[in-house]
Design a protein around this ligand. Structure first.
Ligand SMILES: NC(=O)c1ccc[n+]([C@@H]2O[C@H](COP(=O)([O-])OP(=O)(O)OC[C@H]3O[C@@H](n4cnc5c(N)ncnc54)[C@H](OP(=O)(O)O)[C@@H]3O)[C@@H](O)[C@H]2O)c1
Length: 435
């Protein structure tokens, strides 16, 4: 058997402690599969005294993760601290700079600095692996980079944030408001005390930027992601979507178009019949449209200690076997600059909910503004159908579903409608994702 692989793990929280535990539990199987014994010889965290429910007796404790990354006593550095900067970035750069392979679950770090870190890893002939950084336990990085190497990818999209999917699922199932579902998610530990990062779509954007780079052979471009969170989704939208045969999901979508690559994160109408629409609760899913395989959907746990550790350990096993793939599927020099498709040129159907005063001519004026821009309507629904209450001339919820048009035309039509003073409040606009 080849030499022992000496692993240093920095970060012993939810993921780090689970990784150490899984490596210990699967030690025999991993050594049989990789031909090497894999041993955690050193660890780092802030608090050396904390009981982490895992046997660390054989490992040297480092208070400073950068010192661990620099230490010649390890062959592989595993970063599970988190954050785009600070000790996570410094320790990963140190390990790579020292010619040491790195495994990380850190999407924030990858999204911000992935291309530069990949270059550094390549220049030192070491691995940089990050399977756990997107969709937790779902092996989506390997699928895109290796499993689909013979395909040209048109689109990759998915439910990449369990918190948002949990909230939207609960709103639909229990008919609760967004605020109530968020509180419930916080109580159950699915959402942070400050939930902005999740519900604002930023976490999904980090993961999407990594997927886009892998799918399209481009340098990571987080600044090119259009981001809209789920805060404005109401029960009225969830109900209307259901009546029209849709479900609302927060999707991250990266799509090749004639104008370049679209990267967008937003609440999205998906047909209830699609695989992605069936994914409820904290579960994640990713669908890939590719020329040879057509459509492929992977569904699974997107977070949690064990599920994420499964992905981290798979990367560690690759390093043990001596596998060193180009981190983003191509040598760094071949990764092109991602050509950003302008958001205004996005083409697709739209759901538009308007509060229209119940006065003669109000709706006709709206229809005219749409028709002027050749926006054709697939359906028009008074929300709540027959059950809608009309009180005097108070606004009535009207839902329009458009045929494919562009974002620019929709925004122009709405600006004209606002200027006409026809509607009482800003419209709710949700893009419909084509099947
Ligand atoms: N949790 C998930 O389900 C999940 C899923 C996918 C990816 N990830 C990613 O995995 C990474 C870790 O997440 P997590 O949930 O395990 O985080 P966590 O529970 O907050 O653990 C973070 C760990 O880092 C240690 N740490 C923080 N600052 C440090 C410093 N300056 N020096 C040394 N150690 C330091 C902490 O030490 P103490 O314990 O002593 O405070 C703790 O052990 C993040 O990049 C996250 O995005 C997490």
């Amino acid at each position: 058997m080849a030499d022992i692989l000496r692993v240093g793990v920095a970060g012993l929280g939810t993921v780090g402690a689970s990784v150490v535990r899984l490596l210990q539990r699967q030690a025999q199987a991993l050594s049989a599969r990789t031909g090497r014994e894999i041993v955690v010889t050193a660890v780092s965290a802030r608090d050396p005294a904390k009981d982490r429910g895992v046997d660390l007796s054989g490992a040297t404790f480092y208070e400073d993760p950068i010192a661990l990354a620099a230490s010649d006593t390890i062959d592989l550095f595993v970063e599970l601290i988190g954050g785009a900067e600070g000790p996570a970035r410094a320790s990963v750069e140190t390990a790579l700079g020292k010619g040491r392979s790195v495994v990380t679950a850190n999407k924030a770090l990858l999204s911000a600095h992935g291309s530069a870190l990949a270059e550094l890893a390549e220049s030192r002939h070491v691995a940089l692996a990050f399977e756990a950084s997107v969709a937790g336990g779902i092996p989506i990085v390997k699928t895109l980079r290796e499993g689909l190497a013979g395909n040209s990818i048109e689109r990759v999209y998915g439910i990449l944030n369990g918190t948002c999917n949990y909230i939207l699922s609960r709103m639909e199932a229990e008919r609760l408001s967004f605020e109530d579902c968020l509180k419930e998610a916080q109580r159950l530990g699915y959402a942070e005390a400050d939930p902005t990062f999740d519900i604002g779509g930023f976490d999904t954007a980090h993961k999407l930027s990594i997927l886009a780079s892998l799918a399209f052979g481009a340098k990571i471009a987080p600044e090119a992601v259009e981001i809209e969170g789920i805060e404005r989704v109401t029960l009225a939208d969830i109900d209307a979507a259901g009546e029209l045969g849709f479900r609302i999901k927060l999707l991250g979508v990266a799509q090749r178009t004639a104008q370049g690559v679209e990267q967008r994160v937003h609440p999205t109408m998906v047909r209830k019949t699609t695989a992605i629409a069936q994914v409820m609760g904290v579960t994640n899913a990713v669908t890939i449209d590719a020329d040879a395989v057509h459509e492929l959907t992977l569904v699974g746990p997107g977070a949690g200690g064990d599920a994420t550790a499964s992905a981290v350990v798979a990367d560690i096993a690759d390093v043990a076997r001596g596998v060193r793939s180009a981190p983003f599927g191509l040598p760094s020099a071949s990764l092109r600059k991602l050509e950003r498709a302008p958001a205004a040129l996005h083409e697709g159907g739209y759901y538009i909910r308007l509060a229209v005063p119940d006065v003669p001519g109000a709706f006709a004026a709206i229809a005219t503004r749409m028709a002027e821009r050749k926006i054709s309507l697939e359906s028009i629904m008074q929300h709540g159908g027959r059950a809608t209450r009309r009180i005097g001339d108070s606004p009535v919820g009207v839902i329009l579903i458009t045929h494919a048009t562009t974002e620019r035309l929709v925004r122009e039509a709405l600006d004209a409608i606002y200027a006409d003073g026809t509607i009482a409040e800003p419209a709710q606009v949700i893009r419909i994702e084509r099947e």
